[in-house]
Design a protein around this ligand. Structure first.
Ligand code: SF4
Ligand code: SF4
Length: 247
């Protein structure tokens, strides 16, 4: 039994959300609005897709970080990953791990801060915002401007420019098509299925709108909390009926 499971079974679990949301000046969009892109009037270019995570499911293996670095740079280097797993050795499940992925903000502060337009939506890949390394002057303004901690743009120390999650739009070391319409390495490689993708714009005003429950019935059977009990009873009943067995 690993450390995370031990914390779970002790019953001393805290469920308070981490306070990682600091940015409050964004346009308010309710969940349920499908991602849009630049229209004829030149309105806001919103990326067509967003990564959502289940931090309760994550086990901290960092496969997502290594996959991110590998497909973009050809090496497994966590310092080059655009998704970050933060581990607190003193924390208890589920507050011992944080998945810090770019939120592909509707009004991205990183884009607004770039003085040379090196960070911009890419219409070829569903308006995902990405850094054009050939234009980046290395001022790190985008890294400072991102309102989240840790900052989602990261510094590429080997090439001397900023970089951020592009939903795997440009992955020279991966023989797959990425971007909002393609595959995302972190989603594909996570052995726990703790990362998923949606085209629905998450509520920009809620800190937990990029967090979802991806655990499914097997996790509920293990006793992981956070499940609606009447719903669970219904699910277990129908599963019993299908298999003809007991719980
Ligand atoms: S890098 Fe930061 S500001 Fe830019 S889109 Fe991602 S989360 Fe938003
Ligand atoms: S690959 Fe999945 S389980 Fe592993 S650290 Fe990333 S999100 Fe967590």
């Amino acid at each position: 039994m690993n450390k995370r499971d031990q914390h779970h079974t002790t019953g001393s679990i805290k469920f308070s959300r981490r306070d990682f949301m600091k940015f409050s000046g964004m346009t308010i969009l309710s969940a349920g609005i499908v991602g849009t892109h630049v229209d004829a009037l030149g309105k806001q270019q919103v990326t067509w897709g967003f990564l959502l995570v289940d931090m309760k499911k994550c086990q901290g293996c960092t496969s997502c970080m290594l996959a991110c670095s590998l497909v973009h740079h050809g090496v497994e280097n966590p310092s080059l990953a655009r998704i970050q797993i933060l581990q607190n050795p003193y924390g208890s499940w589920p507050d011992d791990l944080t998945i810090a992925q770019c939120r592909q903000c509707v009004e991205p502060a990183c884009v607004a801060a770039c003085p040379v337009g090196a960070l911009a939506p890419d219409p070829e890949f569903g308006n995902v915002t990405r850094v054009d390394a050939s234009k980046c002057i290395g001022c790190k303004s985008c890294i400072a401007a991102c309102p989240y901690t840790p900052s989602r743009p990261v510094w590429n120390f080997t090439e001397g420019h900023s970089q951020k999650c592009d939903l795997c739009a440009y992955t020279p070391y991966w023989n797959e098509t990425g971007g909002p319409e393609g595959k995302k390495a972190c989603v594909e490689m996570c052995p726990l299925g703790a990362i998923t993708f949606t085209k629905i714009v998450p509520d920009q005003n809620r800190e937990d709108s990029y967090t979802v429950n991806l655990r499914g019935l097997p996790w509920a059977r293990l006793g992981y909390p956070g499940w609606d009990t009447p719903l669970l009873d219904t699910l277990f009943a129908s599963a019993r009926k299908r298999t003809g067995g007991g719980r």
